[in-house]
Design a protein around this ligand. Structure first.
Ligand code: ADP
Ligand code: MG
Length: 253
């Protein structure tokens, strides 16, 4: 399988994921074209992180298929994973390791030679204005700097698809605006962005298309323009999530 400009950045087909008796993702199908700034929304426990975990190989699945830039995440795991830069919901780093080392480790994981790693680290530290923090242990960075550092780490191997699981959670307004500018810049350069957030006004500002997922099921998939129709995304979101919950209640009676 080779990647052409028409190959979807992400193609999820009939994905179902259970954790024991919990049905976390219930038969979802979703295709994201290259270069799209895509929003994945839903209440807590809807299945957003699970979908991301199945895509990035953190979780296994037995029903359905996922391809990233044409590579199957199960049978071509290494190539598929190589296309993805992940900013996870929970920080998974050694808090005692200095920032540069965290970046260096990620480059090593993807087989980048030492010289290339060094050059890439310099470039990313500059881009995210982290140069003066390179020697500091990750745990000593402020919340906003941690988010930037994780974004830099996700970009270390220059992936095409950025998967950002609540990258602005708990970040104050100013720092969020700053992160938006970084994300917009990356998207302009051609990166596909898979974005989850609970800040709906932020999603409305950034994303060109959204999928809303409730209890593992997709309840809306449309362009931002159609979802908002000049109004607020939050209103549309609440309508879809409430309707879905009501249908469920009726179904259970
Ligand atoms: P979201 O990211 O949308 O908040 P998640 O994907 O984290 O939702 O969770 C979806 C469902 O799967 C929830 O019911 C959650 O409790 C369950 N779940 C998620 N991860 C695990 C796990 N590792 N083990 C058991 N259940 C899990
Ligand atoms: Mg989550």
């Amino acid at each position: 399988m080779t990647t052409s400009p028409n190959t979807p950045a992400l193609a999820i087909r009939d994905l179902t994921k259970r954790y024991g008796k919990t049905l976390a993702v219930d038969n979802i199908t979703l295709t994201i074209p290259q270069g799209q700034f895509f929003g994945f929304l839903g209440p807590n426990g809807a299945g957003k992180s699970t979908t991301i975990h199945c895509t990035t190989g953190i979780s296994t699945f037995t029903e359905g298929a996922i391809e990233v830039y044409g590579y199957d995440v199960q049978s071509q795991y290494r190539q598929a994973r190589r296309q993805i830069g992940l900013s996870p919901q929970e920080f998974n780093v050694d808090i005692f390791a200095p920032l540069w080392k965290i970046l260096d480790y990620m480059g090593g994981y993807y087989g980048m030679p030492g010289y290339d790693r060094g050059e890439r680290i310099k470039e990313l530290l500059k881009r995210f204005e982290l140069e003066q923090h390179a020697q500091k242990p990750f745990g000593q960075l402020s919340g906003g700097l941690k988010r930037r550092a994780i974004l830099a780490r996700a970009l270390m191997h220059d992936p095409q698809l950025l998967v950002l699981d609540e990258p602005t959670a708990g970040v104050d307004v100013e720092l969020r605006l700053e992160l938006w500018e970084y994300l917009r810049g990356l998207n302009k350069e051609g990166k596909t962005i898979f974005f989850t957030s609970h800040y709906l006004e932020e999603v409305q500002q950034l994303c060109e298309r959204c999928v809303i997922i409730v209890d593992g099921t997709i309840v809306a998939d449309d362009s931002m323009k159609n979802l908002t129709k000049g109004g607020r995304l939050e209103d549309t979101y609440l309508k879809f999530t409430r309707d879905a919950k009501n249908r469920e209640k009726v179904g259970k009676k």
